[in-house]
Ligand binder design. Structure first.
Ligand code: ZN
Length: 148
């Protein structure tokens, strides 16, 4: 990975063969990121995607191999029990222009991944177990209910 510091975050280039989810998590730990929004594009040579089955309360996971365009990668970085957690989703494009998409468990950079991390310095986004859903979800301190 190579990094350019910005006033409000980072631009990150993942090089060929580097894994995005573990790489971003390690970077978040090293940079002390506790809340951030992530956008990226590029290409992967392999990926593992997930679909959360709400009834089974678990992910269906599937690996995919071969060069795919990362058409859109979006997500955020929060903390779970103090540890950085990167929640990422990706839409991937294949040579025949069909697309795949899902929760990104693993993505190995192809030619490149170009990523923008918008860091919310001084803020900690906490993720905690939501037993009703069966996932670690945002635990936000404020509440809002629309009137009427
Ligand atoms: Zn997800």
């Amino acid at each position: 990975m190579t990094v350019l510091d910005l006033p409000d975050g980072y631009l990150i280039r993942f090089h060929t063969g580097e894994e995005v989810v573990s790489g971003l998590t390690a970077f978040a730990r090293s940079a002390g990121i506790t809340a951030a929004w992530v956008n990226a594009l590029g290409a992967v040579s392999e990926a593992e995607l997930g679909y959360f089955d709400g009834e089974e309360r678990q992910y269906v996971r599937q690996p995919f191999h071969g060069e795919m365009e990362v058409l859109a990668l979006v997500g955020n970085i929060s903390r779970v029990e103090g540890e950085p957690f990167a929640h990422l989703h990706a839409t991937l494009g294949r040579r025949d222009f069909t697309t795949l998409g899902g929760h990104l468990f693993r993505g190995v950079a192809g030619a490149t991944i170009e990523m923008f991390v918008r860091n919310y310095a001084g803020t900690t986004l906490v993720r905690a177990r939501d037993e009703a859903v069966g996932l670690n979800l945002w635990a936000l301190p404020g509440s809002y209910r629309p009137e009427g």
